[in-house]
Structure formats: C-alpha cells, structure tokens
Design a protein. Structure first.
Length: 279
C-alpha cells in the first residue's frame, strides 16, 4: 500500500511538473521577441564578445523622444498609433508590441487608413485627438513623384472594404509565429520559419480589401518603392515598426525606416518611457 501511494505521488508530481513546464513554455512563446547575436568590441576596442540584441518595443530610438508638429510631416510618412480601446489592447498583447495601428500621411493635414469600416481619408487632427501614442517614421528613399503616387493610390482606394478575411488569417499566425521569434532561433532560420508558417497559415491572396498595415505596404508597392519583398498580407503593424533603423526586423525591409518624431507619447506596458531626447 505504501509503495502504491509513493507511485501515485510520483505520478502526480510528474504531472504537476509537466503542466508547469508547459505553462512556462507557453509564456516564453507568447513573450518571445526576435533577437540577434552580435560580435561587438569591448570598451578598449581590443577584444570582441558576443552580445544579444532584442527587438525594441519602445516607439522611439534609444536616444529618446523627439516631439514634432503636423507641419513637420511629409507626404508618404508612416504613422503608428495605439489607443486605450479593448481591440487595441488585445492586438498589443498578442503581438507583444507598443502599437496597434499603421496608416499614411497624405499631406495638407490628411491621412489615409484602413479600419473596420473600410479605407478612409480623414484629417490628421482627428487622429491626434484619438491617439495618446502617435509616432512618425519616414522612408529614406521616397521621392516627390513616389509620394504623389502614394497619395493617388490612397485616393483611388478610398471607400474600399476592410479585409476581415486577412485579419482572420493573421490572428492565429500572430500567435504561432512567436515560436519562430524565440531568442534562441538564429536570424536566417527565423526568416525561413516565418515565411514557411505564413505560407501555411496566411497564404498570399489577391484582394481589393485591406487591413491597416496591408494598405501601407500596398501603397508603397504601387508607388514603385516596396517596403519589403514579403507579401503585404503577411505584414502586421508591429512588423512595419520593426523595419526601422537600429531594430531587429521580423519582416526584412529593403530600406530601414527613419524616425521622424512623436506627435503624442504616452507610456504603457510596452511603451516604457517617453523621455525627451537631449537635442
């Protein structure tokens, strides 16, 4: 009888440890962010050592936040935002990111965005009022002609319906792709893993409907200046943000985006600081 009790105890202990291990693995997967191993020089410059660089969740460079005004924006600038709505919080939680939305500046105080009611052109002032976090990034190679093509694309697509099917395909991919972004996954294999998983779960498809980041990628592709060679349907708002200089991208950019500044900044679980840059 004593032996039986001991065996049952060992089995139960094993099950508890297995559940705990499974829970830990799940937490690691959900909290995973892409990392890159680098060989860097020490303070003397004589020796090299291996360091790990992780994706940055803060929307500003490490030097700090630069506050800008609407007059500082240019046609084609990419804006990222987050608000306090339930949908925004869920997107940030599952994407482990500080932003939940991406859209385009069209000039003359107007923006173009794809939201639940479709593609709309509206005033930047409305977006500033609704978004406690609003940051601007710019493509370094964008010309005036390409910027005009982006504006023409947005005007032509205004009224297009929202791509709910694309979001439905993106949702499971947003979660399972975290396996590919675990810090122990090498960079080259990470991109292969992400692309393979996207082919299986998302599958490229042609559509005249857009979700927010898909719309941004499609606009730049129409202008002849693709942001990435990755299909637009695979790209989430956070992927666009990480395609900036000094970050670790999940989706490989052709040219890294450059930070312009913040129209508004508010701290959150992911946006840890809004400290101003010393300029």
């Amino acid at each position: 009888m004593a032996n039986l009790k001991q065996k049952l105890y060992l089995i139960c202990s094993g099950l508890k440890q297995s559940k705990l291990l499974f829970l830990c693995i799940c937490c690691c997967v959900l909290a995973a962010c892409a990392a890159q191993f680098q060989r860097v020089h020490d303070a003397t410059g004589d020796k090299k050592y291996v360091s790990v660089k992780f994706q940055r969740q803060n929307t500003a460079p490490q030097t700090g936040v630069v506050l800008v005004q609407p007059m500082d924006l240019q046609v084609g600038d990419i804006l990222f935002s987050a608000d306090s709505s339930f949908n925004s919080r869920v997107l940030r939680l599952f994407g482990n990111t500080s932003i939940s939305h991406a859209f385009l500046y069209l000039g003359e105080g107007e923006i173009a965005e794809a939201v639940g009611s479709g593609v709309h052109i509206m005033s930047l002032a409305e977006s500033v009022d609704e978004s406690p976090l609003l940051v601007v990034y710019r493509h370094p190679q964008l010309t005036g002609l390409q910027a005009e093509k982006i504006r023409a694309f947005a005007q032509a697509e205004a009224g297009s319906k929202y791509n709910y099917l694309g979001i439905a395909k993106q949702t499971p991919y947003t979660i399972t792709r975290k396996v590919c972004e675990l810090p122990v996954i090498p960079r080259a294999f990470r991109h292969l893993c992400l692309n393979t998983m996207a082919v299986v779960q998302v599958t490229p498809f042609s559509s005249d409907r857009y979700f927010c980041s898909q719309f941004v990628v499609a606009a730049y592709r129409y202008a002849g200046l693709p942001l990435t060679n990755t299909p637009a349907e695979w790209v989430a708002p956070a992927d666009l943000l990480h395609m900036r200089s000094g970050d670790i991208p999940s989706v490989v950019p052709i040219y890294p985006l450059h930070y312009v500044g913040h129209l508004r900044c508010k701290t959150s679980l992911w946006q840890r600081t809004c400290t101003l840059a010393d300029i």
